[in-house]
Design a protein around this ligand. Structure first.
Ligand SMILES: Cc1cc2nc3c(=O)[nH]c(=O)nc-3n(C[C@H](O)[C@H](O)[C@H](O)COP(=O)(O)O)c2cc1C
Length: 210
């Protein structure tokens, strides 16, 4: 397949409820399907109806690991949008764990300094776990543009998901300054913490959660 000129967006989906309506975000990207790739965690793969995703991406959904002799067929990303992003995947990503295709996209994009936008979704109990704020801090420090936690979840469970905060970050421009030039961000974060003796504040750490 020929890929038209233009930025390629990868949408990375993990298993929080907005995943089942990811086709709504894909529709709102208003992008040529050849410029959109979807990757999911194994759990999210079982939540998504591929038939609903299919009109918005010309590429097979990447939900299983590539085998050792399988060629790369998907175009390389120019922008990665992680939405929704679970507690589990946030913590694994910040720690550099790479045990599924979605994490592989996120980790490689971070290392390659490809612009990344992420929309965390989690409940109040998990958000209060100390690892959560630490992970968001690591990712934000590495240049990931985060919506506030649960920004895409509407106030009422019957309302549609609100993809606007993600679209706003996409439209705002994704040329974030990546602060360090080398090493995985978890190590950069540790180094900075040791140097400064304190942890930086992040907007997500103060937001009240539903
Ligand atoms: C109905 C349901 C709703 C869930 N909602 C959330 C959520 O909003 N945020 C979250 O972090 N995990 C949520 N979880 C838990 C995740 O699905 C679970 O931690 C899973 O292992 C995440 O896997 P992944 O990060 O690899 O996609 C939910 C689970 C279920 C069954």
């Amino acid at each position: 397949m020929t890929t038209p000129s233009g930025p390629v967006t990868w949408v990375v989906v993990s298993a929080a409820p907005p995943a089942v309506r990811i086709h709504e975000l894909l529709a709102q990207l208003r992008t040529d399907p050849r410029l959109v790739v979807v990757a999911t965690t194994p759990t999210a793969a079982s939540w998504i109806d591929e038939a609903q995703v299919r009109p918005f991406t010309a590429w097979p959904v990447r939900s299983t690991p590539r085998s050792h002799d399988e060629p790369k067929i998907h175009p390389e990303p120019n922008l990665v949008v992680a939405a929704p992003l679970t507690f589990n995947t946030i913590n694994k990503w910040a720690a550099g764990i790479n045990d599924n295709p979605a994490l592989n996209v996120l980790n490689e994009a971070l290392g390659a300094r490809i612009p990344i936008i992420a929309a965390p979704v989690t409940n109040a109990a998990l958000a209060a776990h100390p690892a959560f704020a630490r992970s968001l801090d690591i990712l934000a420090s590495a240049g990931v543009r985060l919506t506030t936690t649960n920004a895409i979840v509407s106030a009422s469970p019957t309302d549609p998901y609100n993809w606007q905060p993600v679209l706003d970050l996409i439209r705002e421009g994704t040329h974030t300054a990546y602060i360090d030039k080398c090493a995985h961000p978890s190590r950069q974060h540790l180094a900075r913490t040791r140097r400064s003796g304190h942890r930086s504040e992040h907007k997500n750490s103060k937001r009240p959660l539903r």
